[in-house]
Design a binder for this molecule. Structure first.
Ligand SMILES: [Zn+2]
Length: 571
């Protein structure tokens, strides 16, 4: 008896020793983030100290003691030293291929005078003697007083021999030198681009001579784009690799591409197959004024071929109008700086409604660029018609930009469950906004400009993005502007149209869980919860204790996408 007992005792002891040397039973983390200040964007558990990742997904979120059991011999343990962690940023409106291609072009984003603009373009031309076409972007209307539009002569003075084409920062106009106009065959007799009676693309002309001044608006941009040599597939892939790095460096883990094609989706798919895709890509295909069978088949193809968590279709984008700065946004009342101008719609309301109803019948998600208050109303009317025709459904239709909205339409976002997809850095208070944008809109409509607060207060879901390359894809400058609407010096003191500011909580929701909802991905992304994809970022500072005007200085120290560390710096 005695001998048997002691043998059992020894066996039990041995079992204990084996158990403590072995990994815990149950799942083991591949990555364990500990000692952090983790903002989950999950309202039921907003903060945590530790997060366990197993392969592509989040295993657990909680405190150190709870999560210690997931630590195994091969777990990568990262001590965050109290740093803030949050879900990966979802940019709800981006032009990823254009942005990536722009990375090796010149930029005029912060060039405010003609001499500075000319200096940069001359320097770029000197640096790139091999480039046949000199392409750049980012000119600001306010640099060209008083008209707000540049001329070909400014470019001719610095680059007479090679064609130069510069995209406006908003992407809605191109500026050409004389050589580029000649190669595109644009002369005084080139007509504006029309659809029916409506001018949808203007060739800007000198009022005295009738000669083109060098600016092409909206659809007229195609007149030169078709003669610019296309980039090869390999060059595009190479640009995308740089774009992905740039996105991860700023904490982006998912985006919605607001203007894409099947060919572009194939590029993302190629990168995915090669293990190089490090940002989840939902890509919208473009609606044309007339929905042909062929177009509809392309939409169906996009959705059929691409529908997983890395490359997704199923979204259709429409352009309802242009932009306020160049008077192409469709307004309910005339522009305040020129009562002859009111903007125009790219669709008749009937035509647009018909298209939306057809796309709704096929269960596509429709997103509509609408900047002026009339364009916003026309989009909402069509969305309402879809609901009246086919009854309630979880559609998540969206309006993009909404720079100005009539107060009567604000409650319609919530009642129709339409998502307000907006870009908070677009109303950064700088001269372009004051002198051109605000002048054109006028005092009466100003209170409903970039009306994040009013839309949210009326129950609308906000989804935020950058519109890169229109502005930087850095989300922290967007978050800062969402909560301050002030420049770096804290002006204006109450913020520009300060009542439309929102809280940091609201801004973060619009870049995380509500952005995930806006692309039907809320079961997989947008918050840090067990079972969701492990898209996680570590920040250099705590956004909640940072001064509001210092939020934009936030650096991303680590970006994890699908459980893989894709960017790491100083951590
Ligand atoms: Zn856009």
């Amino acid at each position: 008896m005695r001998g048997q007992l002691s043998r059992l005792f020894i066996v039990a002891l041995l079992q204990c020793a084996v158990a403590s040397a072995q990994p815990p039973t149950g799942p083991t983390a591949t990555i364990l983030l500990r000692n952090g200040h983790i903002y989950t964007s999950n309202p039921n558990q907003p903060w945590a100290k530790a997060l366990a990742i197993q392969d592509a997904k989040i295993l657990a979120v909680g405190d150190e003691a709870q999560l210690a059991r997931f630590r195994g011999p091969r777990t990568l343990v990262i001590d965050l030293a109290g740093r803030m962690v949050m879900p990966g940023i979802i940019d709800s409106h981006i032009h990823f291929l254009d942005g990536s291609l722009s990375l090796d072009q010149f930029t005029l984003d912060d060039a405010y005078t003609i001499p500075e603009i000319q200096r940069r373009i001359r320097a770029f031309a000197d640096h790139h003697p091999d480039r046949q076409w000199l392409l750049g972007r980012g000119w600001l209307y306010d640099a060209f007083k008083p008209s707000g539009l540049p001329t070909r002569q400014i470019l001719d003075e610095v680059v007479p021999g090679r064609p130069v084409v510069v995209e406006c920062y908003d992407g809605h106009s191109l500026w050409l030198n004389s050589r580029a106009l000649a190669l595109a065959g644009i002369t005084r007799s080139t007509p504006d681009v029309r659809q029916g009676d409506v001018v949808i693309g203007g060739v800007v002309r000198d009022p005295a001579s009738g000669e083109p001044t060098g600016v092409l608006k909206e659809d007229a941009m195609e007149l030169v784009r078709r003669v610019i040599p296309a980039r090869s597939r390999e060059a595009k892939l190479q640009a995308l690799r740089a774009g992905l790095k740039e996105a991860n460096r700023h904490g982006l883990t998912s985006v919605l591409n607001a203007s894409g094609s099947i060919a572009e989706m194939e590029l993302y798919d190629t990168l995915r197959r090669q293990g190089e895709l490090t940002v989840r890509m939902t890509t919208a295909l473009m609606m044309e004024p007339e929905l042909s069978e062929k177009t509809l088949e392309t939409f169906e193809e996009g959705r059929r071929r691409f529908h997983d968590e890395w490359v997704r279709g199923g979204v259709i984008k429409a352009f309802m109008d242009g932009v306020i700065e160049s008077h192409t946004a469709a307004m309910l009342d005339p522009y305040s700086d020129d009562p002859k101008l009111i903007g125009s719609l790219n669709y008749t309301p009937e035509q647009f409604r018909r298209n939306v109803v057809e796309l709704d019948r096929r269960h596509f998600q429709v997103i509509t660029h609408a900047i002026g208050d009339r364009a916003v109303r026309t989009a909402l009317d069509a969305y309402q018609a879809a609901e009246e025709t086919h009854g309630p459904r979880d559609r998540r239709f969206r309006v993009e930009h909404i720079e100005n909205v009539n107060p009567a339409d604000i409650p319609r976002f919530a009642s129709l469950r339409v998502i307000a997809s907006m870009q908070p850095y677009h109303c950064y208070p700088e001269p372009n906004l004051f002198h051109i944008w605000a002048r054109n809109v006028g005092a009466a409509r100003l209170p409903y400009s970039f009306a994040w607060h009013d839309l949210a207060a009326a129950g609308a879901k906000l989804a935020f993005g950058s519109d890169w390359p229109v502005v930087s894809l850095d989300p922290f400058i967007g978050i800062q502007n969402a909560v301050t609407r002030q420049d770096a010096k804290g002006q204006p003191p109450e913020g520009w149209v300060g009542r439309q500011k929102i809280t940091l909580e609201q801004a973060l929701a619009a870049y995380t869980r509500d952005a995930a909802y806006a692309e039907f991905e809320e079961d997989h992304t947008g918050s840090l919860e067990p079972g969701k994809l492990a898209d996680v970022i570590v920040l250099s500072q705590d956004l909640f204790s940072a001064k509001p005007l210092e939020i934009s200085q936030t650096a991303v120290l680590m970006t994890i996408v699908g459980g893989k560390i894709v960017y790491r710096s100083n951590l």
